[in-house]
Design a protein. Structure first.
Length: 281
């Protein structure tokens, strides 16, 4: 097995292109290292030395994070709102100091807490191979509902850009036992509500429950153009459609996850109602 520690993106892409599917990329290595003996790849690429660890504001309401940025670096940043909450919710310090943003996006069930939030912030990935760059809507990467997300074998995630989380953005992680950190279900939402109280855009995503985070476009579509009320919330909860895909594991059954989805989405939607009533009074 060849181990590479490239110093630039270009060098990384050339190695990736040479070994393609016989090669493994290590972001922080927290998920991949334990699998290396079993997978027995021809090449392993460590991303530690490539200059993709950064967090920057790219427009007044947009942020870009380099793919090798550690989850602990997000925690140290002031203006990331709900993203700070999501980062803090991930495991313990040892994992957060190693795990990267790129790795969390491709982590798959039951992980991907940052990724759940990023999907409601209309995140886009900048992905590159020797053939050039492409911008990939994170929702498209998660498009195949019943499979783990995958890039082409010679592609590298360079960065993710997304709308700055504001007070309209919520992230909740439900754990079985306090402090276990691994979620049974995560919910992220972003509602844009106009001055009259009508929802002009809705983003609602669930995570830790299927192969990757997933937006519930049926609920989103239902909420668009509506004004929140007890009745509308009730109807929205009945429309949760992604629960048909919930997986079971040692922490929870599909049915339990479905119940939690309703309970916590109700709480979040009621919080928006409180926000609106405060605006009016
Ligand atoms: C004990 C434990 C507890 C955890 N708890 C949580 C939790 O509470 N919440 C949570 O969300 N996650 C949790 N995780 C998962 C953790 O967040 C992931 O391990 C992490 O996100 C993966 O990051 P990594 O950088 O180590 O990825 P790696 O293990 O290095 O890689 C994961 C995958 O991404 C690919 N990859 C990585 N970077 C790139 C890139 N730039 N371009 C292309 N492909 C890339 C790798 O090839 C691999 O397929 C936990 C993990 C452990 C071990």
């Amino acid at each position: 097995m060849n181990i590479f520690i490239p110093k630039s993106v270009q060098e990384t892409l050339e190695i990736l292109n040479k070994y393609c599917s016989e090669c493994i990329i290590l972001g922080g290595g927290t998920l991949t290292v334990p699998m290396i003996s079993e997978l027995n790849p021809r090449a392993v690429i460590l991303l530690d030395k490539i200059p993709l660890s950064y967090i920057k504001q790219i427009e007044s309401k947009k942020i870009e994070i380099g793919s090798t940025t550690k989850i602990s670096s997000i925690m140290g940043h002031d203006n990331l709102g709900a993203l700070n909450i999501a980062a803090k919710s991930i495991s313990g310090w040892a994992i957060r100091n190693m795990a990267t943003v790129g790795g969390n996006i491709l982590a798959g069930f039951p992980w991907g807490d940052l990724a759940t939030l990023l999907t409601v912030l209309d995140a886009e990935l900048l992905v590159e191979s020797v053939n050039g760059e492409r911008v990939l809507d994170l929702g498209k990467l998660y498009g195949d509902e019943e499979k783990r997300p995958k890039l082409q074998s010679n592609e590298l995630i360079k960065s993710v850009s997304f709308l700055s989380p504001d007070s309209n953005t919520y992230f909740i992680k439900v754990e079985r036992f306090k402090g276990t950190k691994r979620g049974i279900l995560t919910i992220a939402t972003r509602l844009i509500i106009d001055k009259e109280g009508y929802i002009t855009a809705a983003r609602i995503a669930f995570g830790s429950a299927f192969y990757h985070p997933l937006r519930d476009k049926i609920v989103e579509e239902f909420l668009k153009g509506k004004m929140l009320s007890a009745d509308i919330i009730e109807k929205a909860l009945e429309k949760i459609s992604v629960s048909r895909l919930f997986l079971k594991d040692s922490l929870a059954s599909e049915q339990y996850r479905s119940k939690l989805a309703k309970i916590y989405l109700r709480r979040i939607l009621e919080s928006y109602m409180i926000q609106i009533s405060r605006r009016v009074t």
